[in-house]
Design a protein around this ligand. Structure first.
Ligand code: 3AM
Length: 280
């Protein structure tokens, strides 16, 4: 699965970009090409971490698309796994949401790019399972891509539904919190919650504990915007198509790409000024 060369001869580390429970992410330069990469250094201690990492690499290797943060290489250094991927120089959608107010045009362009990523994953029978604004990565040229496949799962003809309760509570679909078998449409619900983040700067029930948020998702139906009149009827309709509690009635990524809110969106490059201004 992994490359056995010494990555330190291939990459020059530049700076720490961030960290999480898994370890840290650094920005580095490829010595040979001069290109920037991001290296996720994952601490492999513990069986669960090993399984999650192996899963992440397998899914990233398979899922190559312009709408997904691309995998480049991986290395094993003792108890640490280095996952080398394309560097997203524009930060995350979460940074943008916390620092500015998005126009509906910008929300539409971001939605189309994310839905293209989800459509690609779902066509390949992959469920992301952790769609949220901090896992949507940006580039200063306006590109928007899905990242962090740590909780993703590959469906197979033998196992076309999943039951494991996983994800980030506030973004979880009702069928996940209710421990029912679920499919790719859980990502569409989570994406609808990203829509809420874009409009209201935070997901529904954000002030609640994880356990209360899950209870409210299980019983609360389609979340309602706090100030619906500030949002166009088209965007309200788009969000309600994503946030149907009945999975059958919830639209697929492919269907949402045909929704007029998305079909009228401008090209991704129009997001470049926004991403650059937040980065500054
Ligand atoms: O800690 P923050 O949220 O600033 O966005 C990711 C997160 O940043 C960033 O690394 C941090 C820990 O996950 N990150 C992850 N993959 C990245 C990539 N491919 C990345 N930044 C740039 N390019």
């Amino acid at each position: 699965m992994v490359n056995h060369e010494n990555p330190m001869t291939k990459y020059i580390e530049l700076e720490n970009i961030g960290s999480g429970g898994f370890g840290q992410v650094v920005r580095a330069l490829n010595n040979a090409t001069g290109g920037e990469v991001a290296i996720k250094k994952i601490n492999l201690q513990g069986l669960r971490r090993k399984q999650l990492t192996l899963n992440e690499i397998m899914i990233m290797k398979r899922c190559r698309s312009p709408s997904v943060v691309n995998y480049l290489d991986s290395y094993l250094l003792g108890e640490e796994l280095w996952l080398v991927m394309e560097y997203m120089d524009g930060g995350t959608l979460s940074d943008v949401i916390s620092q500015t107010h998005l126009s509906e045009d910008q929300m539409a362009a971001i939605s189309r790019e994310c839905l293209q990523g989800l459509d690609f994953l779902h066509l390949n029978h992959v469920i992301h399972r952790d769609v949220k604004s901090c896992n949507i990565l940006l580039r200063t040229d306006g590109s928007v891509k899905l990242g962090d496949f740590g909780l993703s799962t590959q469906l197979t003809p033998e196992k076309s539904r999943q039951c494991t309760v996983t994800g980030t509570p506030w973004w979880m679909a009702p069928e996940v919190v209710m421990r029912q078998p679920y499919g790719p449409k859980v990502d569409i619900w989570s994406f609808g919650i990203v829509g809420f983040e874009m409009v209201e700067h935070e997901p529904p029930h954000w002030n609640q504990s994880p356990a209360s948020a899950k209870r409210l998702i299980a019983t609360g139906g389609t979340p309602q915007l706090r100030w619906p009149k500030l949002v166009s009827a088209l965007l309200r309709d788009f969000l309600s198509c994503c946030l149907q509690t009945d999975e059958e009635r919830r639209w697929s990524a492919d269907e949402l790409l045909q929704h007029p809110f998305v079909t009228s969106a401008k090209p991704a490059c129009t997001l470049a000024p926004l991403i650059n201004s937040v980065k500054k």
